[in-house]
Write a protein that binds this ligand. Structure first.
Ligand code: COA
Length: 312
């Protein structure tokens, strides 16, 4: 049995095309001021017609392997979190594996909507801790704008595309300290993509309140059950859906704003890609450092939720 799994490298990819709030003002009844005030979002990246969630995942993984202690051929497990697969099957993870020229790993997708990356990380962590694999690639990738009704101002201003990846390896020292995941399917209709319409439908106000409550409790219980105080936390890297949700959760646990990695202004809500994108941003900006205590936290359709406490 391995003792811990540890993130040894991060990578990300954002499509070239950007829609600012002013661009969206041109085709739907909204305003830059409303979007910034209610969500904190200033712009989002939009994948091109020909660019799929596999292409974006591939670019994020190549980025993660630019400065990595291990090679792609050493990866034994690939887990991809996505709600926007390129094909119904084979899975995004298998298509990614093929593009990466890795033929030794086992690869599969998971769908837990915006919490997907934390579910994927939890699974990979358990495989490593169980001693079944030494190196895993964990990816969140979304072409979520393909699920938008660009005439619906309630949803089209909120989302963006992108991908983030981490290389997770066995380690004698932490590493991932704990993962918590949960779900409650009774909320299935508050945030959904139905197969007949294939666009995101959301009761935004209800989602907002439940997200703040659930994530506030989860953040507090994650710290408490691991014997950590909020002062021990160097960074909170939350799912980036809305800056008001993020700030409300931080306030509930008395975490100062300077300890929050906030990228929702630049990326919008990129669903399963949002945490690895924010992590890689913070890593490249040298905001986070070795041995920092970091908490990831997410909430998504289902509802699903999850948290990860780790030493970077
Ligand atoms: N531009 C301008 N006005 C808009 C708008 C837009 N893009 N979207 C909605 N409005 C309007 C509404 O039509 C409503 O108008 P009305 O009062 O005349 O009916 C008004 O703004 C307020 O709507 P409401 O839904 O109460 O706003 P809100 O403060 O809850 O903010 C969200 C809306 C969507 C930003 C917010 O509810 C939210 O972020 N929810 C959670 C979304 C989320 O995180 N989803 C993913 C979870 S993983």
């Amino acid at each position: 049995m391995q003792k811990y799994s540890k993130i040894i490298s991060t990578g990300s990819y954002l499509p070239d095309k950007v829609y600012t709030n002013h661009d969206i003002e041109k085709f739907v009844d909204t305003s830059n001021d409303w979007i910034i005030e209610r969500t904190g979002i200033e712009k989002r990246h939009i994948a091109s017609e020909s660019e799929s969630s596999v292409d974006m995942a591939h670019a994020a993984c190549i980025d993660a392997f630019k400065n990595c202690a291990i090679e792609l051929k050493d990866i034994e497990m690939i887990v991809v979190a996505t709600t926007t697969p390129e094909r119904k099957f084979p899975s995004t993870a298998v298509l990614l594996q093929n593009k990466l020229n890795n033929n030794s790993a086992f690869a599969f997708d998971i769908n837990a909507a915006c919490t997907g990356f934390i579910y994927a990380l939890d699974i990979a962590d358990k495989y490593i801790k169980g001693g079944f694999v030494k190196n895993a690639l964990v990816v969140g990738t979304e072409k979520i704008t393909s699920l938008l009704d660009w005439k619906d101002r309630n949803t089209c201003v909120l989302f963006g595309d992108g991908a983030g990846a981490v290389v997770l390896s066995s380690s004698d020292t932490p590493g991932i300290i704990s993962n918590t995941i949960g779900s409650d399917g009774s909320y299935k209709d508050l945030l959904t993509v139905n197969t007949d319409t294939e666009v995101i439908e959301m009761k935004g106000n209800d989602v907002f309140k439940i997200a703040v409550n659930t994530m506030g409790k989860l953040a507090a219980s994650t710290l408490e059950k691991n014997g950590f105080k909020v002062e021990d936390l160097d960074w909170l890297i939350p799912h980036q859906a809305n800056s008001r949700i993020i700030n409300a959760v931080a306030k509930k646990i008395n975490l100062p704003e300077e300890k929050i990695v906030m990228t929702v202004n630049k990326h919008g809500n990129t669903s399963a890609a949002s945490i690895p994108l924010a992590l890689d941003y913070a890593n490249k900006q040298q905001m986070i450092h070795k041995d920092n205590i970091i908490m990831f936290e997410a909430f998504g359709a289902g509802f699903t939720w999850g948290s990860t406490l780790l030493k970077f």
